[in-house]
Design a protein around this ligand. Structure first.
Ligand SMILES: *Cc1c(COP(=O)(O)O)cnc(C)c1O
Length: 394
């Protein structure tokens, strides 16, 4: 028996070792990783520089409370601001970062209404769950935090009707991750920002999955030429060490004064030491350019496969955050299973999407390998399907 709550649907697979972009399971089988955990291991596994940073800090000091100054937090915050006027608050997860964002938005505006979008995902704690526009995630946990409104994503009319002088914030992902790798339209985002400015509502961008180089720039919002009032980070920030962050314009400082919010572990020295290194490595023009080149290679290969395989409806995303939409769920699941058997780990998103989030350190050769495995699985599937059709005809 298991002593764990059954709240996760787990595969019968345990990964016990990782190196670069490869994982090994208990039986010794190895897999090429196109998941990065779930968008966490952006610099891959067993990275010697990160191992060293963690070990150095572990040998020096693990923890001090936020009652004292913390230069590691200062350094990490400066790197995250990336020469812009953003202040950081550190926590331990994505949901916590969004909790901080929601609290800050309400406190700073004195308003309560928060607009979010259907199929969004912002986390599982009460505030973050209330911001999440998915009924299946709310089920059984009502009443939610009041004054959250859910509108259709990428649509302007419903937003025009809803955003007003009572709106504290609009919160959104620039590419809905869990919802199915759905990118926001550029024009819509510009309109969302203008509406926020017009009514004095804050624009919160959830970059928990899209941030830290995932889409080929340090933050996805750079692709949209917008300036969020608040944005949140977690997944890739600590490369597996739990770190979350909420960044807000420095003009919001007063609303988060002493005693307003906090976390015992938030900004702890182990996490900060690693996060600072992660940002240093990823926020380099050459590194980000490579991510873009690898993205082009992967998209090109996937589009070629889509042309030859009718089961693929569309390929979408940005950088190394890619969704392959299949004709139906059963096919998607079958492809995913067979890829795992071949030695390629992938993720689901939404109902029919296969999601690829390879480490940003993935090599061109490994991308080619992954594409080959996908090609093989798809052609096996096509043979199987035509055999069944043939059998049905007889
Ligand atoms: C994963 C995710 C979260 C939640 O992060 P946790 O660390 O699991 O709390 C929130 N928003 C987005 C966009 C995510 O992808």
């Amino acid at each position: 028996m298991s002593y764990l709550f059954p709240n996760y649907q787990r595969k019968e697979l345990e990964l016990v070792k990782g190196d670069k972009n490869t994982l090994t399971d208990r039986s010794g089988k190895s897999y090429l990783d196109f998941t990065s955990g779930i968008g966490v291991m952006n610099l891959g596994y067993n990275d010697s520089e990160l191992n060293q940073a963690l070990a150095d800090q572990a040998n020096l000091l693990w923890h001090t409370p936020n009652l004292y100054e913390n230069q590691l937090q200062e350094q990490t915050a400066m790197k995250l601001a990336n020469k812009k006027e953003y202040l950081s608050y550190f926590c331990n997860s994505g949901a916590e970062a969004n909790e901080a964002a929601i609290k800050l938005a309400r406190k700073a505006t004195g308003r309560t209404k928060i607009i979010s979008f259907t199929n969004s995902f912002h986390g599982r704690t009460y505030g973050a769950m209330s911001a999440t526009g998915q009924a299946s995630i709310h089920a059984g946990f009502e009443p939610l935090v009041p004054d959250f409104v859910y509108l259709p994503y990428n649509e302007l009319e419903p937003l025009l009707a809803e955003v007003d002088q009572k709106t504290a914030a609009v919160i959104l992902e620039l590419i809905q991750g869990e919802g199915g790798v759905i990118p926001a339209d550029n024009q819509w985002i510009q309109d969302v920002q203008s509406l926020c400015h017009k009514y004095g509502a804050l624009l919160i961008i959830d970059e928990i999955q899209t941030g830290i180089g995932r889409t080929g720039t340090l933050y996805a919002y750079e692709n949209y030429q917008i300036k969020p009032d608040i944005f949140t980070l977690a997944k890739g920030l600590g490369n597996g060490i739990p770190v979350g962050a909420m960044l807000g314009k420095s003009s919001l400082a007063q609303a988060f004064g002493p005693g307003s919010h906090g976390s015992t572990f938030g900004g702890n020295k182990l996490g900060m030491r690693v996060a600072a290194k992660v940002i240093d490595r990823i926020n380099q023009p050459e590194f980000l350019h490579e991510v873009q080149m690898k993205s082009e290679q992967l998209f090109l290969g996937l589009e070629q496969l889509a042309e030859k395989n009718a089961v693929i409806q569309t390929v979408r995303g940005k950088g190394l955050m890619i969704g392959i939409e299949f004709s139906d769920q059963a096919v998607r699941n079958q492809v995913m299973e067979q890829l795992e058997a071949e030695g390629l780990l992938t993720l689901k998103a939404g109902q029919t999407v296969l999601r690829l989030l390879p480490p940003l350190t993935i090599t061109h050769e490994e991308i080619a390998q992954g594409l080959k495995m996908l090609e093989k699985v798809l052609s096996n599937l096509a043979t199987q399907t035509s055999l069944t059709e043939l059998a049905e005809l007889k």
